[in-house]
Design a binder for this molecule. Structure first.
Ligand code: SAJ
Length: 440
């Protein structure tokens, strides 16, 4: 019998299973995807995470990590499966439920079950707990239940799993104490114990707080655009206040967590979450707003061609889930433009119904305009003269404030930047002092 059975071998489950195996536990990793299981059993992973390939290879070669499509009885079970939203922004708990059912079918009395998937408040006791009850394993008596969210930043999952503090929410103090001992096997961060309901809310508050903060930055950017103010130095100045930390405006919010998690709170608390809804709306309309601003220049003809630079949802990662790039592409197509999407890291091919290429020349060929959606390092050093040769038009959108506007203007480009009014474009945001102080 394995010590620990981890259900779901994705971005969080596989690193967790491998670190537990490295700590000496016998770990069974379970995934419904046969290809994933076969790949892991051969000691490999196609997930691009710093240090993950090494830790997986060692865990498998030591015999401590074995993957399978079926769970087995174990002392501890960890559920790390996705909890996406439905097209109507409701939560889809089907993967959590099927994982819980699969565990309940093999679990024996005395086991500990930990849910890590981001979930609406009360999922641990009311959804997972109910499934165990139905299998005649009473939570708190036959099975210890816990909610312990992950807090890792994609790209550095292994390091963050080892370093970050964790919140451990037990349905009972005994459940929490057992889970804390297990996480202590690989986590050097502080392990704080609370109840399951609190831990569920903590996770949702963390990501919702970030979503609302980014929406606030985007609202400030919109205000600045209307008032001929450059929001970027304005934010820097405001952040000199010791208790202010305004985040960066941009093309909207991507990734599989931040744009999704607020909906869990909105769905459960519709009358209390107007602010959260508004923040989602602001972040999701940044893409449309940018396309409209490009069109307003008159330099993007109807039936024109727009190159989208960056499909990843943030800089220097290959993850394109919920990327603002798809909203930019949809807005451009709705306005009669054709789009070509480039990314230096995202795997080339079909994503969200669009084709992504790794070849910059291909995406820019014949483009009337290009829009920088992602702040990849590779984009920061692009030569304006090279862009001018590759593109047909001279219009650029900058969602991340990465272009040297003066330099690109010299090469003949018009630049529309998030948080910068058209009048300022090309002046690096510096207005004559008399104008700045002349306005009421
Ligand atoms: N973004 C902005 N402006 C900013 C910061 C971010 O527009 O100032 C955008 C990014 O470009 C990106 C999106 O927000 O499109 C989200 O990126 P992120 O780096 O804020 O977060 P994720 O989704 O990669 O990871 C988040 C993290 N949560 C928080 O920082 C509160 C991570 O710690 C969580 O573990 C993860 O969600 C998760 O799995 O829940």
């Amino acid at each position: 019998m394995p010590d620990i059975c981890v259900i779901g071998l994705g971005y969080v489950g596989l690193p967790t299973a491998s670190l537990l195996a490295r700590s000496g536990a016998d770990v069974l990793g379970v995934d419904i995807c046969e290809h994933t299981v076969a790949e892991i059993n051969s000691g490999r992973t196609s997930l691009k995470e710093e240090g993950l390939a090494r830790v997986v290879a060692k865990a498998v070669s030591s015999g401590k990590l074995v993957a399978s499509t079926k769970p087995q009885a174990a002392e501890i079970f960890i559920i790390c499966v996705p909890t996406p939203t439905t097209p109507e922004n409701g939560v889809d708990l089907s993967a959590v439920k099927s994982a819980a059912r699969a565990i309940a079918s093999v679990a024996t009395p005395g086991c500990l079950v930990i849910l890590e998937s981001t979930s609406p408040v009360s999922t641990t006791r009311d959804v997972v707990g109910k499934i165990f009850n139905q299998a005649r394993l009473t939570p708190g008596l036959d099975v210890d239940l816990c909610y312990c969210p992950e807090r890792v930043l994609p790209g550095d999952t292994v390091g963050e799993l080892e370093r970050n503090d964790r919140v451990i929410g037990g349905m009972t103090p005994k459940a929490a104490a057992r889970a804390r001992d297990m996480y202590a096997r690989f986590c050097k961060g502080e392990l704080t114990v609370t109840d399951d309901l609190t831990a569920e809310l903590v996770k949702l508050m963390e990501n919702t707080s970030r979503d609302v903060s980014i929406a606030l930055a985007n609202v400030f950017a919109r205000i600045a655009e209307e008032w001929d103010i450059n929001v970027w130095p304005a934010i820097e100045l405001a952040n000199r206040h010791p208790r202010v930390n305004i985040l960066s405006p941009g093309p909207g919010v991507g990734g599989h967590c931040i744009p999704v998690d607020p909906w869990f709170l909105i769905e459960q608390n519709p009358a209390l979450t107007g602010l959260l809804r508004e923040a989602r709306e602001v972040n999701d309309t940044q893409a449309r707003r940018m396309v409209d601003r490009l069109l307003a220049t008159g330099q993007l003809p109807t039936g024109g061609r727009l190159a989208i630079l960056g499909a990843a949802y943030k800089a220097d990662i290959d993850d394109a889930r919920e990327s603002p790039a798809w909203l930019v592409a949809a807005a451009a197509e709705a306005s009669g433009q054709s789009v070509a999407i480039h990314d230096p890291l995202v795997s080339p091919g079909e994503h969200h119904g669009y084709t992504v290429t790794n070849e910059l020349e291909r995406a820019l060929d014949g483009a009337d305009a290009a829009i920088f959606v992602t702040d990849h390092t590779a984009y920061r050093t692009l030569d304006p003269k090279r862009l001018a040769v590759l593109m047909s038009g001279r219009l650029l959108g900058d969602c991340r404030n990465i272009l040297d506007r003066a330099e690109f203007r010299l090469a003949g480009f018009t630049i529309v930047a998030v948080g910068v009014a058209p009048a300022l474009i090309g002046r690096a945001g510096v207005l004559p002092v008399e104008r700045r102080f002349g306005r009421k």
